[in-house]
Design a binder for this molecule. Structure first.
Ligand code: IMP
Ligand code: MG
Length: 178
């Protein structure tokens, strides 16, 4: 079974995304307990690409950015086997780290990443995710900043893909119920 764009319907409009991102920017800055120059915004590629680009333009100009990429393996859902495809370019010791992710689904990926980064000695580490599907939680992860809670539906757009496509859709769309 393969889907096309026609099988999806709008779930979160561009206007709703913009409005929520404005609020998230304010929320993140208010939650900092040191200057933004200590903040490293870490984007999890590829899904966080669009969200992160829009989010960092709501943050003070002295933040820094870095990226990493994780790959999950066949059977990840049951085992939580996740690996670094590529890693950060800078140490995060004594930094305030803000992980930016597209979606927390089962929580396995973020649970792995939080543990993997915590051992590097950041001063603080927080997770900001655009979407959360609580119905599918297998591992609880602390979400400091959340865009939207969504129902248990497969979504695309604004960075999220279906078989590598539709990341550049400017809003979030969900697979139509059958
Ligand atoms: P996890 O299940 O929380 O470990 O999520 C793993 C990854 O699966 C997320 O970072 C997304 O990249 C991807 N993912 C989960 N749900 C969706 C979805 O509805 N659409 C597209 N990608 C998804
Ligand atoms: Mg992801």
């Amino acid at each position: 079974m393969s889907y096309t764009l026609n099988d999806f319907e709008p779930l979160i409009t561009r206007a709703k995304l913009d409005e929520r991102l404005d609020q998230l920017g304010v929320e993140i800055v208010a939650g900092l307990d040191r200057g933004p120059e200590h903040l490293v915004v870490v984007g999890v590629l590829k899904g966080a690409l669009v969200f992160m680009a829009d989010l960092i333009r709501r943050l003070p100009p002295t933040i820094t950015c870095d990226f990493l990429r994780l790959s999950s393996y066949e059977g990840t859902e049951s085992t939580g086997t996740v690996r670094f495809d590529f890693d950060l370019t800078q140490p995060i010791k004594d930094k305030d780290v803000l992980i930016v992710e597209d979606i927390v689904d089962t929580g396995l990926t973020m649970s792995f990443l939080l543990k993997a980064l915590e051992v590097r000695g950041p001063r603080s580490i927080k997770l900001c995710t655009l979407l959360h599907k609580p119905a599918r939680t297998k591992r609880d992860v602390p979400i400091a900043h959340l865009g939207f809670t969504i129902p248990d539906r497969f979504v695309i757009g604004y960075g999220l893909d279906y078989e590598g496509r539709y990341r550049n859709l400017d809003h979030i769309a969900a697979l139509r119920p059958v």
